[in-house]
Ligand binder design. Structure first.
Ligand code: KG4
Ligand code: ZN
Length: 352
């Protein structure tokens, strides 16, 4: 007999992806996950243009929700709960998703749950590639969440119970990848390009960029110093002009590869250093998970996995499709909130 809150429709529109997913809480299984990415709309601008993002969300939201329902072989009437990202993100983009979700909930008399996008990322690694839910994870564990907008380390005690124990003092690591990729003459986003270039030269550390020195009595990240060091090194090499940008004739493929590889190794060192410091401080944690768009990076996964094994900790990650923004993670968070009757109401608002 079906549980009353069995079928959860997840909706994610916080930034430049329009995503919808259906999660079956009783079977503990994802039935569908659909994503429309706006990357091509923004790549010429070197970053996300909020106005373009919200307009595109408006054009796509109903199409993507219908695609998720079709893929799950369900009608909207079969859904029990609508879980929607209501913070943080671009206000215009968030409003599209929350207004759409509220309209559906009101017109069909369904329950609604507001989900924090960051909570979605934190629990995204519970989903396996085939949509089933992990059964091999034990609390408490650490979660390193890294994207274009944040770099944070959390202590996770239970579903929905987690606290930030470290964050970046300035730029997010994904932002550092994106900005350096731009300096090297590439479009947005730059993380995957940096990874590809670095792999072509076997992830060597050519330039030994400075690792931000952080007091070991504090857990923190910082990437703006590293970013500036890379930039000024390129200026010194005559490959970048602070007024006009990359000097194309000097930005050779060899230089791009060496900068990308050195940057990636530096960021991996910073992550491993802080994770090891956190393991020391919190000996009861059993594992580390790595989530967010930057967690697609295989080199970083490998380095963190090694750091875990050296400290007798388990390492687990989400498949790449659940690392970048998606609605599967929102529907999954919605499922445990629904189980605890943690519903919102139609006054659900967006928060930056
Ligand atoms: O989580 P996400 O899709 O969106 C945000 O909430 O920001 O993360 C996007 C970020 C971008 O900065 C992008 O450059 C980075 O994830 N990224 C990567 C890789 N794939 C995406 N960074 C490093 N290596 C990758 N393979
Ligand atoms: Zn995100």
């Amino acid at each position: 007999m079906a549980n009353k809150q069995q079928l959860i429709l997840g909706l994610e529109t916080s930034c430049d992806e329009t995503a919808a997913a259906v999660f079956d809480a009783q079977q503990q299984r994802l039935l569908s996950s659909q994503i429309y990415s706006q990357i091509t709309l923004h790549e010429g601008y070197g970053g996300i243009v909020p106005e373009i993002a919200s307009r595109s969300q408006l054009e796509k939201v109903d199409v993507i929700v219908q695609a998720a329902l079709d893929a799950a072989k369900l009608s909207v009437h079969d859904i029990d709960v609508i879980a929607v990202t209501n913070k943080p993100g671009l206000v215009g983009s968030l409003l599209v998703g929350t207004c759409f979700a509220k309209g559906l909930a009101w017109s069909l008399n369904k329950k609604i749950i507001g989900v924090d996008h960051l909570e979605g990322h934190v629990f995204s690694s519970w989903l396996n590639t085939d949509g089933t839910v992990r059964t091999d994870v034990v609390f408490p564990y650490l979660c390193l969440s890294v994207s274009g907008g944040h770099t944070s380390l959390y202590l996770v005690q239970d579903f929905g119970v987690f606290e930030m124990i470290a964050q970046t003092l300035d730029d997010a690591a994904g932002e550092a990848f994106d900005k350096i990729a731009k300096v090297l003459g590439f479009g947005y986003p730059g993380g995957a390009i940096i990874e590809r270039l670095a792999s072509e030269v076997a992830f060597q550390d050519f330039f030994h960029y400075p690792r931000t020195k952080i007091h070991h009595d504090r857990l923190q990240f910082s990437f703006s110093g590293l970013k500036t060091a890379v930039l000024y090194d390129l200026v010194k090499r005559g490959a970048y002009d602070l007024a006009s940008g990359p000097i194309v004739s000097k930005v050779t493929l060899e230089l791009q590869q060496q900068v990308a590889s050195s940057l990636l190794v530096a960021i991996a060192d910073i992550f491993c250093d802080q994770v090891k410091a956190a393991f020391k401080r919190l000996p009861l944690v059993r594992a580390l998970t790595f989530v967010g768009g930057v967690a697609c990076n295989k080199y970083l996964r490998g380095r963190l996995e090694k750091a875990c094994h050296a400290n007798n900790k388990v390492f687990f990650v989400a498949p790449p499709q659940f690392c970048t923004d998606n609605a599967a993670m929102i529907a999954f968070v919605g499922s445990y909130k629904a189980c605890r009757q943690e519903f919102s109401d139609l006054s659900l608002d967006v928060l930056k």
